[in-house]
Design a protein around this ligand. Structure first.
Ligand SMILES: *Cc1c(COP(=O)(O)O)cnc(C)c1O
Length: 417
């Protein structure tokens, strides 16, 4: 369909059509995954007897907030865990993961990351690479790391030689985040879980599940003891304005609740301030919205491969998260790409992103984001540090229809560069 609301040349439109046809079987596969999770979600809502009274705002201590407790039950059901803690009080994904780590680790414990160096913001939490006030290290929690192999896959021999019988936590990061390594699939997580438990039966296998929810035809709940994620990524469905979730074994989730609030009060307090309706609505829509983001990523992989760039993952590869990386090889293209994405955003489409010196980075960074929720990355967004190999990481789109045009606008802007 050739509506011309946006300036895209015939040449790019035709290329986009070919990419769409090529990707179609994989888009259909995503539809099947979406349908599975959507129906599972619907059933969970019914099993938990969600009613309008769940949306009632509580204030103060929030004792007896039924909606809050029902939402916990829904997450536990869809994630296939014993229990869950879903709260708007979590300020970010990093905060959620931090509550989980501090919730279950104690002085003298050892945590082993088996997927190499964790996501940037977790490094200060753990105390990697120097002192950071209030880190796990400062509280006497030891950290060890099994690096990924050269090709970015998990080093099972390294796990065998590093994890000990008394290792307290085996930590897995599922998503590639902003690296070029492959994302773990539930099957990979299962293998790590089984190996870790064979060495250290009492260890806690913890999963950073950010960006991974509802991307596969299965859930990793049986292959970890504890997991956490951000509600301004997949599970908030683009509606949740903030928050996070922790899910897993009942005793561990309870320990985390004592860290989020206090020992003794745990899950019993924390008023919902009228947030419940948005959290329920976003949760319900999350499988669908994740599907839109996945389709946008698959389409982008097909388009940019046709344009001659290396993409990871390829359009026909299995996916365990919503991130798409494209290697653009030079700075001009990175800038043009991000400006094309920005120009297709519903919010701030009129601004022009430029590279800037972002604190904490050793090279300039350019970002495209035109989102309803600040920093939301289930919404269409792209980020790129200006350094070799000039890779851009894009994710999201609440709507595949809009995401397709964003991808074509990015391709259009890069024409001839
Ligand atoms: C986003 C993300 C986090 C942290 O979430 P923030 O909301 O940015 O604090 C942690 N781990 C991974 C893999 C992520 O993608």
């Amino acid at each position: 369909m050739n509506h011309s609301f946006f300036e895209i040349s015939d040449e790019i439109r035709e290329m986009g059509q070919e990419a769409l046809e090529q990707a179609q079987p994989y888009l259909d596969r995503i539809d099947a995954i979406t349908e599975y999770h959507q129906l599972k979600m619907l059933k969970a809502f019914q099993n938990a007897r969600v009613s309008e009274s769940c949306f009632t705002a509580s204030t103060g201590y929030g004792y007896g907030d039924r909606g809050r407790d029902v939402l916990d039950q829904i997450y536990a059901e869809v994630l296939e865990t014993e229990d869950a803690l879903v709260r708007h009080h979590f300020a970010s994904g990093t905060h959620t993961l931090t509550v989980a780590l501090f919730g279950v680790l104690r002085p003298g414990d050892t945590m082993v990351s088996v997927t190499g160096v964790p996501y940037d913001t977790l490094q200060g939490v753990i105390g990697i690479g120097g002192d950071s006030c209030g880190s796990l290290k400062e509280f006497g929690i030891r950290y060890e790391q099994v690096d990924l192999r050269e090709d970015g896959t998990v080093d099972f021999d390294g796990i065998r030689s590093t994890v000990q019988k008394n290792t307290k936590m085996v930590y897995i990061q599922r998503s590639r985040g902003y690296s070029l390594r492959p994302t773990l699939l539930n099957e990979d997580i299962r293998k790590i879980y089984e190996l870790a438990k064979s060495i250290a039966p009492d260890c806690i296998v913890m999963l950073d599940n950010c960006y991974g929810e509802y991307t596969e035809m299965s859930a990793p709940g049986k292959y970890c003891d504890l997991m956490a994620g951000s509600l301004i990524k997949n599970p908030g469905g683009g509606i949740a304005p903030t928050g996070g979730y922790i899910a897993g074994r009942h005793d561990l989730v309870e320990a985390c609740s004592y860290r989020l609030t206090t020992p003794g009060t745990g899950k019993e307090i924390g008023c919902s301030l009228g947030q419940n309706r948005e959290l329920f609505l976003g949760t319900y829509l999350a499988p669908h919205v994740t599907g839109e983001a996945l389709k946008t990523a698959v389409y982008a992989a097909a388009v940019f491969a046709r344009e001659g760039f290396s993409v990871t993952p390829a359009f026909d590869e299995p996916r365990g998260d919503i991130i798409q990386a494209v290697l653009l090889e030079n700075e001009k293209r990175l800038v043009a790409f991000c400006q094309g994405i920005q120009a297709a955003s519903p919010i701030d489409s009129f601004v022009t992103p430029e590279p800037w010196d972002m604190p904490g980075y050793d090279s300039k960074v350019i970002m495209a984001a035109g989102a309803f929720t600040l920093g939301s990355s289930i919404e269409l967004s792209a980020d790129a540090p200006l350094r070799e190999p000039y890779a851009v990481w894009m994710q999201g789109s609440l709507s595949f229809h809009a995401g397709k045009t964003a991808v074509l606008l990015a391709a259009e802007r890069m024409k001839g560069i």
